[in-house]
Design a binder for this molecule. Structure first.
Ligand code: ADP
Length: 683
């Protein structure tokens, strides 16, 4: 019973909006009042008035209607139930007045006023007016019906009590309905005041700037945040057009929307550039919404800082991506865990030989880039302990299989919760090659310096000897001239001449040596056999004197070089071979080639072999030095082999000797072959 009453007292649960709730509550209360009213009326009729079946019928029927409508209130729309209620109540009152035969004087018609009020409360003021008109019209109809005796002949006896009870019930009901109406009005205005204060609070405390504009876009209200944001005071803002605060250039770029567009399109969001009071630009997002009173509300979100950060991010991203791509070093971004490449730059593509597509999504391990995979583990361990890696030298392997020595620098970066590695790889092979070349140049320079020191020393020493001879014999010369010793005088002059000749030869050889490298002619193909023949012709005298036999191998190749310098090489070696024969009874010199090079080889190795006095192994290197001679009794300057070595090395060749004392000597040397198409027909 309690729950039944509770259900009755409670309005329906599922309702859409405030208005619906208000109507439901009001309707619920009116149904209760009507139920109470109907019950009281029945009791009145039964107790105080003379009961009539027709009166009881029209008093009982509403109870059934009310129960039915209360049931429907939980099932169908509140508005439909409201309309049904008003319509049924009106019909009940009208039919009761007609049925009891009193027509316009029927006591039920007191309820008409109540119907008008309830229609206004539950439906709308229009419904209230409609029912008022309907009442007027029905009243006229009832008068007409009474006059034309359409109505039955007063079937109900209307006593003073009947009239009083109808009056009392309708008056009390009217008082209740009025109380409900006033209560609902009071609630509504309290709610309105509450929501107004909420809005005020939000408006003032909102971190975003808010302003309200009228249909001419004039600002009627603005909050504190807006003043803070723009630097303007209320006096600067209220009454001014909102567009006065927009950057003129921005207005050209993004023309303002018309008021109607806001009405049609609903809330809109757009970016705008405003001008602050201090002249600075302010980037904002404005959310505009149309308000029920025809005003517009603008909510301004300051995005200047966000834009600055976005711009700084864009610049930093551009800087990073440009230096990433432009770096001559290989730069890669890969997952620390899987090692898979996420990004690689141009430098990597050049250095490794892999394309972007080949590299992305695969690891250096899969591509076999690490020369030694343990090195990668070592690098990762270093990275994990120190947080970064610097100057990590290792060998990496290109796609072609070529190994290159590299220097690595590694950093970690967190991307989407995953630890990644940025690896910068520098190719050291070029640097290493340059270092090697530099070291070799330094060695050469040191050797040349040592040679130069030796040269200066020897030149001064060797030139001094003939000079002392000349000076000594000049002293003797004057003595012999005075004493008139003609024979000794001639001997003195001859010695002086010989010393001068020696100096001449020495100086000539030195001059020759100094010219190598500077005075080379353009290389030409020269048949090696021709060089031998020419040298032999020049050395004719020595050959006849020492009866040396010269054997020259056939089919010697064509070499490439300065003919004159190559002749000096061959001539010096043959001359030395003949000169250092010792007391050999069958002096023999052999000239040939070590092995025939195939067409792919660029250099040929020749030899000049003699069966002379030979050279002890400890002197095999020294004899190529300037002025180094092993036996001062044998004529010579010690320049020949130095000159030979320089010419051979100038053409990229090598020279060495194989010899033992008393076993003869073999001088080997290499020279560049003439290109095949340029070779003259070898004789
Ligand atoms: P030079 O012949 O003017 O002495 P070189 O530079 O041609 O000077 O030779 C340097 C030294 O090497 C010679 O003095 C000699 O002692 C030694 N030498 C050169 N060729 C031979 C050879 N075929 N047999 C033995 N000793 C040689």
């Amino acid at each position: 019973m309690r729950s039944f009453i509770g259900t009755w007292l409670r309005p329906p649960a599922v309702l859409k909006d405030d208005n619906e709730i208000r109507i439901a509550q009001t309707l619920n209360a009116i149904l209760l009042i009507s139920l109470g009213g109907a019950i009281v009326y029945i009791l009145f009729i039964l107790a105080l008035a003379r009961s009539e079946a027709i009166s009881l019928l029209f008093s009982t029927l509403p109870i059934l209607f009310i129960l039915g409508l209360r049931y429907l209130l939980n099932k169908i729309s509140v508005y439909v139930v409201s309309m049904l209620f008003v319509a049924c109540a009106w019909l009940n009152l009208t039919l009761a007045a007609a049925a009891d035969g009193y027509g316009i004087r029927g006591t039920s018609l007191y309820g008409y006023i109540l119907i008008v009020v309830v229609a206004g409360l539950l439906i709308s003021w229009r419904a209230s007016v409609a029912f008022a008109l309907l009442n007027i019209f029905t009243g006229l109809l009832l008068i007409y019906a009474t006059d034309t005796e359409i109505l039955p002949n007063r079937v109900v006896l209307q006593t003073d009590f009947t009239i009083w009870s109808a009056n009392a019930v309708f008056s009390v009901s009217a008082a209740f309905v009025l109380a409900i109406a006033l209560k609902s009005l009071e609630n509504a205005s309290r709610r309105a005041a509450l929501s107004e204060s909420y809005y005020r609070m939000l408006f003032e405390a909102a971190p975003n700037g808010i302003c309200i504009v009228d249909s001419d876009n004039r600002i009627t209200m603005a909050n504190e945040a807006l003043y803070q944001m723009t630097g303007f005071s209320p006096a600067d803002v209220i009454g001014r057009s909102a567009l006065d605060f927009v950057d003129p250039q921005d207005l050209v770029r993004r023309p303002p929307r018309s008021f109607d567009q806001f009405m049609v399109n609903g809330p809109l969001k757009r970016e705008r550039v405003l001008v602050r009071k201090d002249g600075l630009r302010l980037d904002v997002i404005i959310s505009s919404s149309y308000m029920p009173d025809g005003h517009l509300q603008y909510i301004l979100q300051d995005i200047t800082e966000r834009k600055r950060i976005e711009e700084a991010l864009r610049v930093s991203e551009e800087k990073f991506s440009k230096s990433f791509q432009a770096s001559p070093d290989a730069v890669t971004l890969s997952s620390l865990k899987s090692g898979k490449f996420i990004d690689v730059n141009e430098g990597f593509i050049k250095m490794s030989g892999y394309s972007r597509e080949e590299a992305l999504g695969r690891s250096a391990e899969e591509l076999k880039i690490w020369g030694d995979i343990h090195q990668r583990q070592r690098m990762v361990e270093l990275l994990q302990t120190k947080g970064r890696v610097r100057d990590f030298e290792t060998t990496l392997v290109r796609k072609t299989g070529e190994a290159i020595s590299c220097l690595l620098a590694v950093e970690t970066v967190e991307i989407g919760g995953e630890t990644c590695m940025v690896v910068v790889t520098r190719d050291l092979s070029r640097q290493k090659r340059i270092e090697r070349e530099r070291e070799s140049l330094i060695r050469d320079l040191e050797a040349k310096n040592a040679e130069l020191e030796q040269f200066t020393y020897t030149v001064s020493h060797d030139l001094k000897a003939p000079l002392i001879t000349i000076k000594g014999f000049l002293g003797l010369l004057s003595n012999d001239a005075l004493s008139g010793n003609r024979k000794r005088l001639e001997e003195d002059i001859q010695r002086i001449g010989e010393a001068a000749d020696k100096m001449h030869i020495l100086l000539n050889n030195l001059l020759e040596l100094s010219r190598i490298g500077r005075m080379m002619n353009i290389p030409e193909p020269v048949a090696f056999a021709d060089l031998v023949l020419e040298a032999r012709a020049i050395l004719q005298g020595r050959f006849q004197q020492s009866k040396v036999e010269l054997r020259v191998e056939e089919h010697l190749p064509v070499v490439q070089g300065d003919r004159q310098r190559l002749l000096e090489v061959v001539q010096n070696l043959i001359d030395n071979a003949a000169k250092f024969m010792g007391d050999q009874s069958h002096p023999l010199i052999e000239i040939g080639q070590v092995s025939r090079p195939d067409s792919s080889e660029r250099m040929a190795t020749f030899f000049v072999r003699d069966n002379g006095i030979g050279i002890a192994p400890e002197f095999h290197e020294r004899i190529f030095g300037l002025f180094n001679r092993l036996d001062p009794r044998i004529e010579g300057t010690g320049v020949g082999l130095a000159l030979v070595r320089r010419v051979v090395e100038y053409y990229g060749g090598k020279i060495w000797v194989e010899s033992e004392v008393g076993q003869g000597s073999t001088f080997f040397f290499t020279l560049p072959l003439a290109p095949v198409d340029k070779s003259p027909a070898a004789g």
